[in-house]
Design a protein around this ligand. Structure first.
Ligand code: 3PY
Ligand code: MG
Length: 267
């Protein structure tokens, strides 16, 4: 079976830096896959992407060595199993709030006797190899998101759930959970303190800590702190950020619309 390069980086204690896909097209995915990132995540929770978009995007990513992840819309076994069958090497499961929910996510990622994943690999057999089922439990990454009030309270029981490979922080939902405005790159002291506590909980449990950012400044900060799964740039932000910067450089012309503030909490 083709190995999961991100899980290998984690075993070696190295960070894996990724990008985020919200644009429902294989060409956007392919462009992002040719930029040097370690992993890409197809966002089916908040992106404009459904299953029939996600499959050709997975195909586009697999023209490269980039490791494909999918954020599923919810902690729901049937979609977790379908994206794995289509070639995702990891799932990011949003809004996981307690041990039972973490166990539900893990079980959907693992074949019996370790879980409840149904047999039916399709596209993944071509991507991963014919011996996929034999090694999938080891290579597939189960990443649970900590970003709810209950999840913050129960972070230790979530990260110590057997089979969880990483806990990924959604900074804007985490901010809402703390009663703060939904800002992504967040310096608010209570947000910083909660992020640090989640990192420490992950370190105690021996699982990878991950986090979403909107800038190399925050990505660098989190890598330096010890996060091993860091999201550097979404496709949408890359596109609009570049164009807005170029628009701002021209003199003698009034742009149609003023640029939006740098961090509006969107991703
Ligand atoms: C959040 O900020 O809540 C996220 O889920 C980012 O992906
Ligand atoms: Mg979120």
């Amino acid at each position: 079976m083709r190995m999961n390069r991100v899980k290998r980086l984690w075993r070696e204690g190295k960070p894996a830096v990724g990008g985020w896909l919200s644009i429902p097209h294989c060409f956007a995915a392919e462009v992002m896959a040719h930029t040097g990132l370690d992993w890409l995540c197809i966002d089916m929770q908040h992106g404009c992407i459904d299953y029939s978009d996600a499959v050709p995007m997975l195909t586009a990513i697999s023209t490269t060595e980039v490791v494909p992840f999918v954020r599923v819309p919810w902690n729901e076994p049937s979609m977790i199993m379908r994206v794995l069958d289509a070639g995702a090497y990891g799932v990011i499961v949003p809004m996981v709030s307690n041990r039972a929910e973490a166990e539900r996510a893990v079980a959907a990622c693992r074949y019996p006797p370790h879980g409840i994943r149904s047999n039916g690999p399709n596209r993944v057999l071509m991507y991963a190899g014919a011996d996929y089922q034999k090694h999938a439990d080891r290579e597939v990454a189960c990443v649970v998101m900590i970003e709810t009030p209950e999840g913050i309270e129960k972070m230790d029981e979530i990260v110590s759930t057997p089979g969880v490979d990483a806990a990924y922080i959604g900074p804007t939902d985490l901010a809402l959970a703390l009663g703060l405005p939904p800002v992504m790159d967040n310096d608010e002291p209570r947000h910083v303190e909660t992020v640090n506590r989640i990192l420490e909980a992950c370190n105690r449990a021996g699982v990878v800590a991950g986090i979403h950012t909107n800038s190399s400044k925050f990505s660098q900060r989190y890598i330096d702190q010890g996060f091993k799964m860091v999201m550097l740039v979404p496709d949408r932000v890359a596109m609009s950020g570049y164009v807005k910067a170029e628009v701002g450089r021209l003199a003698g012309w009034t742009p149609l619309r003023p640029a939006a503030p740098p961090d509006s909490g969107g991703y």
